[in-house]
Design a binder for this molecule. Structure first.
Ligand SMILES: C[S@@+](CC[C@H](N)C(=O)[O-])C[C@H]1O[C@@H](n2cnc3c(N)ncnc32)[C@H](O)[C@@H]1O
Length: 293
């Protein structure tokens, strides 16, 4: 780029603020975060370097496309904490904070140790917030699963960043591949009739798949903000950038959850399910429900 085509910082700030507001953002903290990502030179005087110019135009373009700002800043606020996030993981939603509140109220009144299992943990927003807030988490067990290995990696990053070491150690993260297995190979075992047809060796093999997600305590609380958007509704453009498996209601998730609860119940566990579920399709709204099995 020729010298006379160079952009001054003043012009760049104005362009960015304009695009930022046009995309519907208001927080000056967020705008400040964008400045720090784009303008990396210590001395922000005169004109932008070519690297800064490239970054500026990329961010302007992304904002114009309604690309969620959380993926640019790698920051998402949830329950008063700053979670690290990467594209295309589900962006924690303030509505889901009600699951955290509900679970905290439930756990605070518990004298017995419980196994708390977050299915579809995403960035770990729910389980990490619970682990951070609980007065005495030590007597409970905390398990989180997700079908996305990327999500599990980021959930681990958030646990490490936000929790004291002892609390980090309480969290076990598992790839939901095991849950997939419940849905396929293990379905025969879960079907009461089929169990008599499977050999001991086969049952042992299938059960071993479940071991990582077999709760230690008899009392189990399953929490989930399951994918529940409907394909028939038009959502804001920014939704299209998020992992579709994380967003749209799918039978695979629902069946796995049902089978897992059924399996635990048959093994003598007492299960409470706390989840966010769709209330109305259009306009989209949700509610928190609790079921006891
Ligand atoms: C709506 S997001 C919720 C994420 C996080 N709990 C939150 O509230 O921010 C649903 C999550 O479920 C995961 N998921 C989808 N299908 C799944 C399955 N069969 N087993 C486990 N996790 C699944 C997605 O990868 C995604 O992270």
């Amino acid at each position: 780029m020729k010298n006379n085509n160079k952009i001054t910082y003043k012009k760049a700030y104005n362009l960015l603020e304009e695009a930022f507001k046009k995309a519907g953002y208001k927080s000056y903290q967020l705008l400040h975060d964008l400045h720090n990502i784009i303008f990396t030179n210590q001395n922000r005087k005169g004109t932008l370097s070519s690297k800064e110019t490239k970054k500026l135009f990329l961010v302007l373009w992304l904002l114009e496309q309604d690309f969620p700002i959380e993926y640019i800043t790698h920051k998402a606020y949830f329950f008063g904490n700053l979670f690290y996030i990467e594209y295309p993981l589900y962006i924690p939603n303030p509505f889901t904070e009600r699951i955290v509140e509900k679970t905290l109220n439930t756990i605070d009144n518990l004298s017995e140790p419980h196994s708390i299992i977050d299915i579809g943990t995403g960035t770990g927003a729910i389980i990490v917030s619970i682990l951070k807030e609980l007065k005495k988490p030590e007597k409970h067990e905390f398990i989180a699963t997700d079908i996305s290995k990327h999500a599990l990696k980021i959930a681990q990053t958030n646990a490490t960043r936000l929790l004291p070491y002892k609390r980090q150690q309480l969290l076990k993260l598992h790839h939901a591949f095991v849950a997939y297995k419940i849905n396929t190979s293990l379905s025969a075992y879960l079907d009461e009739k089929a169990i008599y047809q499977a050999s001991d060796k086969e049952i042992k093999r299938l059960l071993s798949l479940l071991e990582p997600i077999l709760p230690t305590h008899t009392n189990v609380i399953i929490i989930t903000n399951k994918p529940y958007l409907s394909l028939s509704v038009k959502y804001p453009t920014s939704v299209k950038f998020q992992d579709q498996k994380a967003l749209y209601s799918n039978k695979q998730f629902d069946n796995t959850l049902k089978r897992y609860i059924h399996f635990l119940k048959n093994k003598g566990y007492k299960v409470t399910l706390i989840m966010e579920t769709r209330r109305t399709i259009n306009p989209p709204s949700s509610k928190i429900v609790t079921y006891r099995y």
